[in-house]
Design a protein around this ligand. Structure first.
Ligand code: ARG
Length: 256
């Protein structure tokens, strides 16, 4: 009887140790620090998009962050999520950084810290191929506009007087709505629109007017996180050793 009691007590102690994560738990906890948890919104070619016939992501941002991680000696794990979920995920500590063609804006700088800029972009208007009425943003007054949710394209659309703005989870969905005639124009990032047109979108759509204001993409980290400095250091090294240029050229050709 006594033996049984002792055994039971030992079993209870063992169980509680397992539950509280004592013994052996610590070793595991140290490991995740090595992984750089990256968030992105992965329908944004040529910056982040799935490889053909696979779930694996590729693109300029994806290759850049992989090179940065390698330089930092950290394993890179990229998770896809909604664009508007990236900053909340950083703040919640669910990811360490976000690379998603994200424009450095004063508004976002209140919520997160950005790395040094790594790409110069800008917004452009896209309309149906046969639309000759729209030449610039001034011609969009009172029109139906589409943009990806939470993006600078959405913000710009909302400044257009009398426009009816519809937001979509991805840039592709916004473009599809234009193709289907649900909206009159899309406002979004120039390099992404150009890629879309080059991939066959030019059968239905075209961009018009000039690139609207220069935007800089940055890698976002949690507000005031030291990680921004480490990323900058790694990126500076990649710029020095030619790796950055190699990745840039692969996706965009020679620097303009
Ligand atoms: N550059 C724009 C912005 O920061 C759009 C970025 C969208 N990125 C994406 N991966 N879907 O608002």
């Amino acid at each position: 009887m006594k033996k049984v009691l002792v055994f039971l007590m030992m079993a209870v102690v063992a169980c509680s140790m397992l539950l509280t994560g004592c013994g052996g738990g610590e070793k595991k906890a140290a490991e995740p620090a090595k992984v750089l948890r990256v968030g992105t919104e992965p329908a944004f070619a040529p910056f982040e998009f799935p490889k053909k016939d696979s779930n694996e992501l590729t693109g300029f941002d994806v290759e850049l962050i992989q090179a940065i991680g390698k330089q930092m000696g950290r394993k890179v794990e990229v998770a896809g999520m909604g664009f508007d979920a990236l900053i909340p995920a950083l703040n919640a500590g669910n990811i360490d950084c976000a690379i998603a063609g994200m424009t450095i804006t004063e508004e976002r700088k209140k919520a997160v810290t950005f790395s040094d800029p790594y790409y110069t972009s800008g917004l452009i208007i896209m309309v149906k191929k046969d639309n000759d009425a729209v030449k610039s943003i001034a011609d969009l007054k009172g029109k139906r506009l589409a943009a990806q949710i939470g993006t600078t394209g959405e913000m710009k659309s909302r400044t257009v007087e009398g426009a009816k703005v519809t937001t979509f989870n991805t840039q592709d969905e916004a473009a599809l709505e234009l193709k289907n005639g649900g909206v009159d124009a899309v406002i979004g990032d120039l390099p992404v629109m150009e890629y879309y047109l080059a991939q066959g979108g030019d059968k239905y759509c075209k961009t018009v007017g000039e690139k609207m204001e220069a935007e800089q993409y940055g890698i976002a980290v949690k507000k005031d996180s030291k990680l921004a400095g480490e990323i900058n250091q790694a990126m500076a090294e990649l710029k020095k050793n030619g790796e950055f240029d190699k990745i840039y050229k692969k996706w965009f050709g020679e620097k303009k």
